[in-house]
Every structure is written in structure tokens, then in C-alpha cells.
Design a protein around this ligand. Sequence first.
Ligand SMILES: [Zn+2]
Length: 236
Amino acid sequence: MAEPLWNYSIKCPFCEAKFETTRMRTSAIRTKELMSDFGNIFEGECPYVYAITVCPTCSFAARNSDFEKIRVQSEAKIMAASKQLRLSTKPKPDIFKLGPSTPEVAVKRFELAIAFYKMRYVVEMGVLANMNLHVVWLYRLAGNKEKEQLALAQAAAIYEEYLAKAYTLPESLGEPGVIYLIGDLTRRQGKLKEARRLFESALASKEIKDYPKIADMSRDMIQLIKDEMEKTSQTA
Ligand SMILES: [Zn+2]
């Protein structure tokens, strides 16, 4: 079987430097379990660790799928940042290294990419929210509970903003799915009452009939919270 990691040769659309970046083969991805906030647990290498491409010359970073597709002509702010960063003589940190990486390094790559997405001509809230959710999963993979809690709060806030501004929501989730997700990010922060209210609100969504799986998951979560609350009231 082919090695899960390989080095892809690529050209930066902003500074035009050629470089290599480590990617994970799709055929090597082994999903083990789906978590309640839609992240996956994998057997072997985790593809989230290799999801971002970073240019070692000017630091421009984006999701692998977007890196070469960005329309340079429309992105004056990123071009200015790329020019500025190219001049930097600071030593390059390990986020640019090739080969096997870690969730900690991947978080830094995601954070850099998030900063560039915020500079884009059109800021896509859904993309930003999804990237922040990846940061949550990566901290969980690293076993860093404290940082995961901070990332959960941040991801929940961005999904709330995304929902409130009523951008087109991902079809796979719809309104009920996004509310459910905010509910689970809230539950994972230990805010059980608020989470229960959100799961109930997912069930009350007009679109819930089109999302039977989300309905089941929301009901399961309401039950889980009920059990959890009863347990704590008994021990108190
Ligand atoms: Zn570059």
C-alpha cells in the first residue's frame, strides 16, 4: 500500500514561489468513529493535520482545496500581506516543515489560514466557522482540554453569528443541523441548560422534517442532558 503522506509540488499564487507541501492520501484515510460535533476519529494519520497549505516564502495559508484556486486579482489585502511577509527575515517556525506533523502544529497552520480568510474580499462565514471547528477537533486530538474549551466557545460564537446572518447554510446540516451543532459545542462547555434549549430549538425548526438524523441526535442529546442533570442533583 502507498504511504499515507506524500509531498506535493505547488506554486504560491501570491509570491509565485515554488515549494513542496505534505498531504495525506485520501485512500489512506480510515474513519473509526463520528463524534457528536461531526468530527471524526481516525485510525492512523489524521487528515485534519494535513488540511492546510502554507507558503514558506510569504506565509500565505489556505485550505488545500482553496490554495491554488484563489483569485489573486481580487485579493489586494492578501497581496499586501504577502509582500510584507516576504521581506521578513525572522526564522521560519516549524509550521513550514515537511513530513509527519502534529495536531499542535496543525492548529498554528489553521490559525494562520483563518487570518488570511478574514482578509479575503468576500469573507465566507461558513468556511471560517468550519475552520474553527477543526481547531476544536485538533485540540481534542492533542488532549489539550483547556485549549479545547476556549476553541469550543469561539467556534460556537462564530456558528451563532453565521446562523443569525442567515447566509446559505450547508445543505448537509440545514438550519436544524447548525443549531444542533451549536448545542453540542455548548454542551461540551458544560452549559447543559443552554445546550438543552438549543437542541429543543433544533427540533422546533421548520426544516426538521428534512433532517431526520439531526432530529434523532437532538432527542438523544436532550435525554443525555436529562440523565446528567438527574445524576448531579442526586449527588448534590
Ligand atoms: Zn507565497
